[in-house]
Design a protein around this ligand. Sequence first.
Ligand SMILES: Cc1cc2nc3c(=O)[nH]c(=O)nc-3n(C[C@H](O)[C@H](O)[C@H](O)COP(=O)(O)OP(=O)(O)OC[C@H]3O[C@@H](n4cnc5c(N)ncnc54)[C@H](O)[C@@H]3O)c2cc1C
Length: 336
Amino acid sequence: MIKTDIIIIGAGPVGLFTIFEAGLLKLRCHLIDSLPQAGGQCSEIYPKKPIYDIPGFPSILAGELIDNLMEQAAPFKPGFTLGEAATTIDKVSENEFIVTTDKGTKHSAPIVMIAGGLGVFEPRKPPIENLTNYEDKGVEYIIKDPNFYRGKRCVIAGGGDSALDWAIFLAKNNIASEISLVHRRSSFRGHLDSVQQVMDLADEGKVNLITEAEVVGIGGDGKVENIVIKHKTEGEITKETDHFIPLFGLKPSLGPIADWGLNIEKNAIQVDTTDYSTNIPGIYAIGDVNTYENKLKLILCGFHEGTLAVQSAFSRIHPEKKNVLKYTTVNGVTGF
Ligand SMILES: Cc1cc2nc3c(=O)[nH]c(=O)nc-3n(C[C@H](O)[C@H](O)[C@H](O)COP(=O)(O)OP(=O)(O)OC[C@H]3O[C@@H](n4cnc5c(N)ncnc54)[C@H](O)[C@@H]3O)c2cc1C
Protein backbone atom coordinates (compact mmCIF):
# COMPACT_ATOMS: atom_id res chain seq x y z
CA MET A 1 0.00 0.00 0.00
CA ILE A 2 1.42 3.38 -1.06
CA LYS A 3 0.57 6.02 1.57
CA THR A 4 0.64 9.75 0.94
CA ASP A 5 -1.22 12.98 1.75
CA ILE A 6 -2.72 13.59 -1.69
CA ILE A 7 -3.27 11.04 -4.43
CA ILE A 8 -3.33 12.86 -7.76
CA ILE A 9 -4.99 10.93 -10.57
CA GLY A 10 -3.42 12.28 -13.76
CA ALA A 11 0.18 13.44 -14.25
CA GLY A 12 -0.57 16.12 -16.84
CA PRO A 13 0.68 19.71 -16.39
CA VAL A 14 -2.01 20.46 -13.81
CA GLY A 15 -1.26 17.40 -11.66
CA LEU A 16 2.46 18.18 -11.85
CA PHE A 17 2.13 21.82 -10.75
CA THR A 18 -0.15 20.76 -7.91
CA ILE A 19 2.77 18.78 -6.41
CA PHE A 20 4.66 22.05 -6.05
CA GLU A 21 1.78 23.95 -4.47
CA ALA A 22 1.05 21.04 -2.11
CA GLY A 23 4.75 20.82 -1.23
CA LEU A 24 4.78 24.47 -0.12
CA LEU A 25 2.14 23.41 2.44
CA LYS A 26 4.26 20.37 3.44
CA LEU A 27 1.81 17.96 1.84
CA ARG A 28 3.20 14.98 -0.07
CA CYS A 29 1.75 13.79 -3.38
CA HIS A 30 1.67 10.52 -5.29
CA LEU A 31 0.54 10.59 -8.91
CA ILE A 32 -1.10 7.85 -10.95
CA ASP A 33 -1.22 7.94 -14.74
CA SER A 34 -2.29 5.37 -17.29
CA LEU A 35 0.39 6.63 -19.68
CA PRO A 36 3.97 5.42 -19.27
CA GLN A 37 5.29 8.99 -18.91
CA ALA A 38 4.24 12.18 -17.14
CA GLY A 39 2.96 15.21 -19.03
CA GLY A 40 -0.60 14.35 -20.15
CA GLN A 41 -1.65 15.92 -23.45
CA CYS A 42 1.56 18.02 -23.61
CA SER A 43 3.77 14.91 -23.76
CA GLU A 44 1.40 12.58 -25.56
CA ILE A 45 -0.16 14.81 -28.23
CA TYR A 46 2.03 17.87 -28.88
CA PRO A 47 5.46 17.77 -27.18
CA LYS A 48 7.17 19.70 -29.99
CA LYS A 49 4.54 22.46 -30.35
CA PRO A 50 5.23 25.87 -28.85
CA ILE A 51 2.71 27.18 -26.28
CA TYR A 52 2.37 30.97 -26.14
CA ASP A 53 0.08 31.54 -23.15
CA ILE A 54 2.06 30.27 -20.17
CA PRO A 55 2.66 33.36 -17.98
CA GLY A 56 6.29 34.45 -18.08
CA PHE A 57 7.17 32.29 -21.09
CA PRO A 58 6.53 34.12 -24.40
CA SER A 59 7.00 30.72 -26.05
CA ILE A 60 7.79 27.29 -24.67
CA LEU A 61 7.62 23.83 -26.23
CA ALA A 62 5.00 21.67 -24.53
CA GLY A 63 7.65 19.03 -23.81
CA GLU A 64 9.92 21.65 -22.22
CA LEU A 65 7.09 22.89 -20.04
CA ILE A 66 6.69 19.37 -18.69
CA ASP A 67 10.45 19.06 -18.06
CA ASN A 68 10.32 22.37 -16.16
CA LEU A 69 7.29 21.30 -14.10
CA MET A 70 9.05 18.05 -13.17
CA GLU A 71 12.12 20.04 -12.10
CA GLN A 72 9.98 22.45 -10.07
CA ALA A 73 8.21 19.54 -8.34
CA ALA A 74 11.40 17.52 -7.69
CA PRO A 75 12.25 19.02 -4.23
CA PHE A 76 8.95 17.63 -2.97
CA LYS A 77 9.87 14.07 -3.98
CA PRO A 78 6.58 13.03 -5.59
CA GLY A 79 5.83 9.35 -6.11
CA PHE A 80 4.59 8.04 -9.46
CA THR A 81 2.60 5.00 -10.49
CA LEU A 82 2.85 5.20 -14.29
CA GLY A 83 1.36 2.96 -16.96
CA GLU A 84 -1.56 2.08 -14.68
CA ALA A 85 -5.12 3.47 -14.77
CA ALA A 86 -6.89 4.31 -11.52
CA THR A 87 -10.03 2.18 -11.66
CA THR A 88 -11.68 2.49 -8.22
CA ILE A 89 -11.82 4.96 -5.32
CA ASP A 90 -13.07 3.51 -2.03
CA LYS A 91 -13.77 5.67 0.99
CA VAL A 92 -12.73 3.35 3.84
CA SER A 93 -13.06 5.89 6.67
CA GLU A 94 -13.76 9.60 7.15
CA ASN A 95 -10.11 10.40 6.42
CA GLU A 96 -8.97 7.63 4.11
CA PHE A 97 -9.52 6.87 0.46
CA ILE A 98 -8.02 3.87 -1.28
CA VAL A 99 -7.36 4.22 -4.99
CA THR A 100 -6.71 0.98 -6.86
CA THR A 101 -5.30 0.67 -10.38
CA ASP A 102 -6.01 -1.81 -13.16
CA LYS A 103 -2.77 -3.58 -12.19
CA GLY A 104 -3.92 -3.89 -8.56
CA THR A 105 -1.59 -1.23 -7.05
CA LYS A 106 -3.25 0.33 -3.99
CA HIS A 107 -2.75 3.89 -2.74
CA SER A 108 -4.09 5.39 0.47
CA ALA A 109 -4.56 9.08 1.34
CA PRO A 110 -7.00 11.43 3.06
CA ILE A 111 -7.35 13.48 -0.16
CA VAL A 112 -7.82 12.55 -3.81
CA MET A 113 -7.34 15.11 -6.59
CA ILE A 114 -8.58 14.10 -9.99
CA ALA A 115 -6.48 15.82 -12.66
CA GLY A 116 -7.53 13.36 -15.33
CA GLY A 117 -7.81 15.81 -18.24
CA LEU A 118 -9.78 14.30 -21.07
CA GLY A 119 -9.67 10.92 -19.32
CA VAL A 120 -7.69 7.78 -19.97
CA PHE A 121 -5.97 7.56 -23.31
CA GLU A 122 -7.10 4.29 -24.84
CA PRO A 123 -5.25 2.71 -27.74
CA ARG A 124 -6.87 2.64 -31.16
CA LYS A 125 -7.02 -1.07 -31.94
CA PRO A 126 -6.92 -2.70 -35.37
CA PRO A 127 -10.04 -4.71 -36.27
CA ILE A 128 -8.60 -8.20 -35.76
CA GLU A 129 -11.13 -10.71 -34.47
CA ASN A 130 -9.06 -12.50 -31.81
CA LEU A 131 -6.81 -9.50 -30.94
CA THR A 132 -7.94 -9.18 -27.31
CA ASN A 133 -7.10 -12.88 -26.62
CA TYR A 134 -3.44 -12.00 -27.11
CA GLU A 135 -3.28 -8.73 -25.14
CA ASP A 136 -0.24 -8.87 -22.83
CA LYS A 137 0.56 -12.24 -24.44
CA GLY A 138 2.56 -10.73 -27.26
CA VAL A 139 0.21 -7.91 -28.25
CA GLU A 140 1.08 -4.53 -26.72
CA TYR A 141 -0.29 -1.11 -27.62
CA ILE A 142 2.29 0.98 -25.72
CA ILE A 143 6.02 0.35 -25.43
CA LYS A 144 6.76 0.92 -21.76
CA ASP A 145 10.24 -0.58 -21.56
CA PRO A 146 12.13 -1.26 -24.78
CA ASN A 147 14.31 -3.84 -23.01
CA PHE A 148 11.24 -6.06 -22.79
CA TYR A 149 11.80 -6.73 -26.51
CA ARG A 150 15.48 -7.63 -26.25
CA GLY A 151 16.31 -10.54 -28.55
CA LYS A 152 12.66 -10.83 -29.70
CA ARG A 153 11.10 -10.71 -33.16
CA CYS A 154 8.75 -7.71 -33.29
CA VAL A 155 6.19 -6.48 -35.78
CA ILE A 156 5.13 -2.85 -35.33
CA ALA A 157 2.09 -1.59 -37.24
CA GLY A 158 1.30 2.07 -37.94
CA GLY A 159 2.33 5.04 -40.03
CA GLY A 160 2.73 7.86 -37.49
CA ASP A 161 5.63 9.09 -35.39
CA SER A 162 5.17 6.56 -32.63
CA ALA A 163 5.47 3.57 -35.00
CA LEU A 164 8.43 5.11 -36.85
CA ASP A 165 10.30 6.21 -33.71
CA TRP A 166 10.01 2.83 -32.00
CA ALA A 167 10.99 0.91 -35.13
CA ILE A 168 14.09 3.14 -35.37
CA PHE A 169 14.90 2.81 -31.67
CA LEU A 170 14.54 -0.99 -31.49
CA ALA A 171 16.55 -1.46 -34.70
CA LYS A 172 19.32 1.09 -34.09
CA ASN A 173 20.03 -0.08 -30.56
CA ASN A 174 20.06 -3.75 -31.62
CA ILE A 175 17.33 -4.50 -29.09
CA ALA A 176 14.89 -6.60 -31.14
CA SER A 177 16.41 -9.57 -33.00
CA GLU A 178 14.15 -8.73 -35.94
CA ILE A 179 12.00 -5.67 -36.49
CA SER A 180 9.27 -5.31 -39.11
CA LEU A 181 7.16 -2.23 -39.77
CA VAL A 182 3.79 -2.80 -41.43
CA HIS A 183 1.84 0.15 -42.82
CA ARG A 184 -1.34 0.39 -44.87
CA ARG A 185 -0.07 3.04 -47.26
CA SER A 186 3.15 3.54 -49.19
CA SER A 187 3.80 6.93 -47.49
CA PHE A 188 4.09 7.74 -43.77
CA ARG A 189 2.49 10.51 -41.69
CA GLY A 190 5.48 11.00 -39.36
CA HIS A 191 8.34 13.51 -39.42
CA LEU A 192 10.28 13.49 -42.69
CA ASP A 193 13.51 12.85 -40.79
CA SER A 194 12.06 9.74 -39.13
CA VAL A 195 10.70 8.47 -42.43
CA GLN A 196 14.16 8.87 -43.99
CA GLN A 197 15.80 7.01 -41.07
CA VAL A 198 13.39 4.08 -41.48
CA MET A 199 14.08 3.99 -45.22
CA ASP A 200 17.83 3.96 -44.54
CA LEU A 201 17.47 1.18 -41.96
CA ALA A 202 15.36 -0.80 -44.45
CA ASP A 203 18.12 -0.39 -47.09
CA GLU A 204 20.67 -1.65 -44.54
CA GLY A 205 18.44 -4.66 -43.85
CA LYS A 206 17.85 -3.62 -40.22
CA VAL A 207 14.12 -2.91 -40.61
CA ASN A 208 11.85 -5.15 -42.63
CA LEU A 209 9.51 -2.58 -44.21
CA ILE A 210 6.15 -3.94 -45.40
CA THR A 211 3.96 -1.18 -46.88
CA GLU A 212 0.55 -1.30 -48.55
CA ALA A 213 -0.23 -4.10 -46.15
CA GLU A 214 -2.32 -4.73 -43.02
CA VAL A 215 -2.14 -7.26 -40.22
CA VAL A 216 -5.44 -9.17 -40.41
CA GLY A 217 -4.90 -12.20 -38.17
CA ILE A 218 -2.95 -13.52 -35.19
CA GLY A 219 -2.06 -17.12 -34.42
CA GLY A 220 -0.40 -18.89 -31.52
CA ASP A 221 -1.05 -21.24 -28.64
CA GLY A 222 -1.64 -19.00 -25.60
CA LYS A 223 0.76 -16.33 -26.93
CA VAL A 224 1.56 -14.66 -30.23
CA GLU A 225 3.52 -16.98 -32.52
CA ASN A 226 2.60 -15.60 -35.93
CA ILE A 227 0.57 -12.96 -37.69
CA VAL A 228 -1.22 -12.87 -41.03
CA ILE A 229 -0.44 -9.88 -43.23
CA LYS A 230 -2.68 -8.97 -46.15
CA HIS A 231 -0.51 -7.37 -48.82
CA LYS A 232 -2.00 -5.29 -51.66
CA THR A 233 -0.27 -7.27 -54.42
CA GLU A 234 1.12 -10.39 -52.75
CA GLY A 235 -2.05 -11.49 -50.93
CA GLU A 236 -1.89 -13.13 -47.48
CA ILE A 237 1.51 -13.77 -45.90
CA THR A 238 1.99 -15.59 -42.58
CA LYS A 239 4.92 -14.24 -40.60
CA GLU A 240 6.42 -15.72 -37.44
CA THR A 241 6.89 -13.22 -34.62
CA ASP A 242 7.04 -12.94 -30.83
CA HIS A 243 5.33 -9.55 -30.55
CA PHE A 244 2.73 -7.62 -32.49
CA ILE A 245 2.70 -3.94 -31.51
CA PRO A 246 -0.04 -1.88 -33.19
CA LEU A 247 0.82 1.82 -32.64
CA PHE A 248 -2.23 3.54 -34.13
CA GLY A 249 -2.41 6.35 -31.58
CA LEU A 250 -4.45 6.88 -28.45
CA LYS A 251 -7.96 8.29 -28.01
CA PRO A 252 -9.18 9.89 -24.78
CA SER A 253 -12.22 8.59 -22.90
CA LEU A 254 -13.45 9.59 -19.42
CA GLY A 255 -13.13 5.89 -18.56
CA PRO A 256 -13.45 4.79 -14.92
CA ILE A 257 -13.82 8.40 -13.67
CA ALA A 258 -17.45 8.27 -14.81
CA ASP A 259 -18.18 5.44 -12.32
CA TRP A 260 -16.95 7.06 -9.09
CA GLY A 261 -20.26 8.58 -7.95
CA LEU A 262 -19.20 12.10 -8.92
CA ASN A 263 -21.59 14.61 -10.45
CA ILE A 264 -20.79 14.56 -14.17
CA GLU A 265 -21.92 17.07 -16.76
CA LYS A 266 -20.93 16.89 -20.43
CA ASN A 267 -18.14 14.36 -19.76
CA ALA A 268 -16.58 16.49 -17.00
CA ILE A 269 -16.79 16.63 -13.18
CA GLN A 270 -18.88 19.40 -11.62
CA VAL A 271 -16.96 21.36 -8.97
CA ASP A 272 -17.50 24.13 -6.46
CA THR A 273 -15.29 26.99 -7.67
CA THR A 274 -14.44 28.17 -4.16
CA ASP A 275 -11.99 25.25 -3.84
CA TYR A 276 -12.64 22.89 -6.80
CA SER A 277 -14.13 20.26 -4.52
CA THR A 278 -16.55 17.71 -5.95
CA ASN A 279 -19.79 16.39 -4.46
CA ILE A 280 -17.72 13.84 -2.46
CA PRO A 281 -15.93 15.58 0.45
CA GLY A 282 -12.18 14.98 0.19
CA ILE A 283 -12.22 14.51 -3.59
CA TYR A 284 -11.28 17.48 -5.79
CA ALA A 285 -11.23 17.81 -9.59
CA ILE A 286 -8.80 20.20 -11.31
CA GLY A 287 -7.74 20.99 -14.87
CA ASP A 288 -9.48 19.86 -18.05
CA VAL A 289 -11.45 17.18 -16.20
CA ASN A 290 -13.71 19.62 -14.33
CA THR A 291 -16.54 21.88 -15.39
CA TYR A 292 -18.15 25.04 -14.01
CA GLU A 293 -19.65 28.19 -15.42
CA ASN A 294 -17.17 29.92 -17.76
CA LYS A 295 -14.66 27.06 -17.54
CA LEU A 296 -11.69 27.41 -19.91
CA LYS A 297 -9.65 24.31 -20.70
CA LEU A 298 -6.31 26.08 -20.43
CA ILE A 299 -3.16 25.08 -18.58
CA LEU A 300 -2.95 28.35 -16.65
CA CYS A 301 -6.54 27.92 -15.38
CA GLY A 302 -5.65 24.40 -14.18
CA PHE A 303 -2.63 25.79 -12.29
CA HIS A 304 -4.92 28.19 -10.44
CA GLU A 305 -7.44 25.44 -9.66
CA GLY A 306 -4.76 23.12 -8.24
CA THR A 307 -3.39 25.97 -6.10
CA LEU A 308 -6.77 26.67 -4.49
CA ALA A 309 -7.61 22.98 -4.12
CA VAL A 310 -4.47 22.24 -2.05
CA GLN A 311 -5.29 25.11 0.32
CA SER A 312 -8.67 23.51 0.96
CA ALA A 313 -7.05 20.06 1.26
CA PHE A 314 -4.67 21.45 3.90
CA SER A 315 -7.62 22.60 6.01
CA ARG A 316 -9.25 19.15 5.73
CA ILE A 317 -6.05 17.33 6.72
CA HIS A 318 -5.10 19.80 9.48
CA PRO A 319 -8.37 21.36 10.73
CA GLU A 320 -6.53 22.52 13.88
CA LYS A 321 -3.84 24.49 11.99
CA LYS A 322 -4.20 27.98 10.57
CA ASN A 323 -2.71 28.29 7.09
CA VAL A 324 -1.12 31.67 6.42
CA LEU A 325 -0.08 32.48 2.85
CA LYS A 326 3.70 32.76 2.61
CA TYR A 327 5.41 34.09 -0.50
CA THR A 328 8.14 31.90 -2.00
CA THR A 329 10.24 35.08 -2.31
CA VAL A 330 10.17 35.36 1.48
CA ASN A 331 10.30 31.70 2.52
CA GLY A 332 12.10 30.12 -0.44
CA VAL A 333 11.38 26.52 -1.36
CA THR A 334 12.29 23.92 1.21
CA GLY A 335 11.80 20.39 -0.08
CA PHE A 336 11.31 17.15 1.82
C1 LIG B 1 -2.90 20.21 -29.80
C2 LIG B 1 -3.20 20.92 -28.50
C3 LIG B 1 -2.72 22.19 -28.28
C4 LIG B 1 -2.98 22.85 -27.08
N1 LIG B 1 -2.48 24.11 -26.89
C5 LIG B 1 -2.68 24.74 -25.69
C6 LIG B 1 -2.15 26.04 -25.45
O1 LIG B 1 -1.54 26.65 -26.34
N2 LIG B 1 -2.35 26.60 -24.22
C7 LIG B 1 -3.05 25.96 -23.23
O2 LIG B 1 -3.18 26.51 -22.12
N3 LIG B 1 -3.58 24.74 -23.44
C8 LIG B 1 -3.41 24.11 -24.65
N4 LIG B 1 -3.97 22.88 -24.87
C9 LIG B 1 -4.80 22.28 -23.79
C10 LIG B 1 -3.92 21.73 -22.68
O3 LIG B 1 -3.04 20.76 -23.20
C11 LIG B 1 -4.79 21.14 -21.59
O4 LIG B 1 -5.58 22.18 -21.04
C12 LIG B 1 -3.93 20.53 -20.50
O5 LIG B 1 -3.16 19.46 -20.98
C13 LIG B 1 -4.80 20.04 -19.35
O6 LIG B 1 -3.96 19.52 -18.38
P1 LIG B 1 -4.47 18.43 -17.34
O7 LIG B 1 -3.29 18.15 -16.47
O8 LIG B 1 -5.74 18.90 -16.73
O9 LIG B 1 -4.87 17.15 -18.21
P2 LIG B 1 -4.10 16.28 -19.28
O10 LIG B 1 -2.95 16.98 -19.88
O11 LIG B 1 -5.15 15.77 -20.21
O12 LIG B 1 -3.54 15.07 -18.40
C14 LIG B 1 -4.43 14.19 -17.78
C15 LIG B 1 -3.74 12.89 -17.49
O13 LIG B 1 -4.62 12.09 -16.71
C16 LIG B 1 -4.46 10.74 -17.06
N5 LIG B 1 -5.64 9.99 -16.64
C17 LIG B 1 -6.94 10.24 -16.91
N6 LIG B 1 -7.74 9.36 -16.28
C18 LIG B 1 -6.92 8.53 -15.58
C19 LIG B 1 -7.14 7.40 -14.75
N7 LIG B 1 -8.36 6.94 -14.48
N8 LIG B 1 -6.06 6.78 -14.23
C20 LIG B 1 -4.80 7.22 -14.49
N9 LIG B 1 -4.54 8.28 -15.28
C21 LIG B 1 -5.59 8.92 -15.81
C22 LIG B 1 -4.26 10.79 -18.57
O14 LIG B 1 -3.55 9.65 -19.01
C23 LIG B 1 -3.44 12.07 -18.73
O15 LIG B 1 -2.05 11.82 -18.77
C24 LIG B 1 -3.75 22.20 -26.07
C25 LIG B 1 -4.24 20.93 -26.30
C26 LIG B 1 -3.98 20.28 -27.49
C27 LIG B 1 -4.52 18.89 -27.71
